[in-house]
Design a protein around this ligand. Structure first.
Ligand SMILES: [Zn+2]
Length: 352
């Protein structure tokens, strides 16, 4: 295993960010290449601790000569976002300098060739330099995993529909409870940038069946837990073994994936029209009928009509909900994976 430290220049004198990159050399020509990163949103750490567990397995496989394809692991991909501690709270989703989501505005290349990365006409900001470098590190990999988490949620994949069902072994190996399939422009999310070059040349045979590109949502931001980390690290190892990146005769086929697969247009982003205290009546994983109570928002406490009931717009199951219980008007309360297309269907991405 080889460790290097990447440095990203900050936007002010004297400021530099750094993050380690671990590389395992592949020993078999033609074996698939894998790239795994976590915490692109700087404070989402379930994937980071899963990679910590995976690395132990990979070091052992390396010592035993069982790494078949090259593997790059970036356990903490965003030192900029991680550094944004404000008033006791981590702010790892948006870059404070540009107000841009760290998982948007990645360059979309027409071919998987880093020489095609545009030369910046004006000096880039630190978050743009970071995105450029992460894309460079991942380009050319057959398996690209971007490990995130939601507020509170089920473990689920967010994957390009062009790779489904060829990628269902990934969902089975990782043991996720749902898969959301997206189409259309995704605002330059990392995952979109990773698959975009291959979708451009799909007609010419881009080997899509060979690719795994997905955002893994490892439950909620508080699900940083030793037992879950071990389970998720083992799931990642199972995927790498199943796809022939690691040789391990102990790991059998992933088996069929039998959990829900939901088109992005079926996901209801249920919002509250009023500000208030949120009393949830449903949690991630709950099946609900159309019209069933999801939450009560207490917007005028003490008044007879001071409570607003928010009900399910259609039948489905709760995919995620917020981790806070105080929300402003218009804020999303939860994601409901519906059985039918939403009247407010989205494509590409679900939220800012
Ligand atoms: Zn995220």
């Amino acid at each position: 295993m080889d460790k290097t430290v990447e440095t990203i220049a900050g936007d002010t004198p004297g400021l530099t960010y750094s993050f380690p990159v671990y590389r395992f050399a592949g020993r078999r020509r033609g074996a698939p290449r894998a790239y795994l990163q976590a915490a692109l949103h700087g404070d989402e750490l379930p994937g980071t601790v899963a990679l910590d567990r995976l690395m132990e397995r990979l070091r052992q496989a390396d010592a035993e000569g069982r790494i078949a394809g090259p593997i790059t692991v970036v356990p903490a991909a965003n030192p900029i976002g991680r550094s944004q501690e404000l008033f006791g709270a981590a702010q790892g989703r948006f870059h404070l300098g540009t107000r841009t989501n760290f998982n948007r505005d990645f360059p979309l290349l027409s071919k998987p060739d880093i020489d095609l990365l545009p030369v910046p006409e004006i000096p880039e900001s630190a978050d743009q330099r970071l995105k450029r470098r992460l894309l460079e590190l991942s380009i050319g990999a057959d398996i690209v995993l971007d490990l995130h988490c939601d507020d509170e949620g089920l473990p689920y994949l967010y994957a390009p529909s062009a790779l489904w069902p060829a990628m269902s072994d990934c969902a089975a190996a990782l043991g996720v409870e749902a898969v959301v399939l997206w189409d259309g422009p995704g605002g330059g999310a990392f995952e979109e940038a990773a698959i975009h070059p291959y979708l451009q040349s799909a007609a010419a045979g881009a080997g899509l069946e060979r690719r795994v590109v997905t955002t893994v949502e490892y439950r909620g931001v508080l699900d940083v837990d030793a037992e879950l980390a071990s389970r998720d690290g083992e799931g990642l190892y199972r995927l790498l073994a199943g796809r022939g990146v690691v040789d391990d005769p102990q790991i059998g086929p992933a088996g069929a994936y039998a959990k829900p697969v939901v088109p992005i247009g079926h996901v209801e982003m249920v919002a509250t029209p009023v500000a208030g205290a949120v009393l949830y009546a449903a949690k991630p994983g709950d099946q609900v009928a159309a019209g069933e109570l999801l939450a009560t928002v207490v917007h005028a406490p003490g008044e007879p009509d001071g409570r607003l009931e928010i009900r399910a717009p259609q039948a489905g199951f709760v995919l995620t909900r917020r981790s806070v219980r105080v929300l402003p008007a218009g804020a999303n309360l939860l994601k409901l994976a519906g059985v039918a297309r939403s009247a407010d269907a989205r494509s590409g991405v679900l939220e800012d």
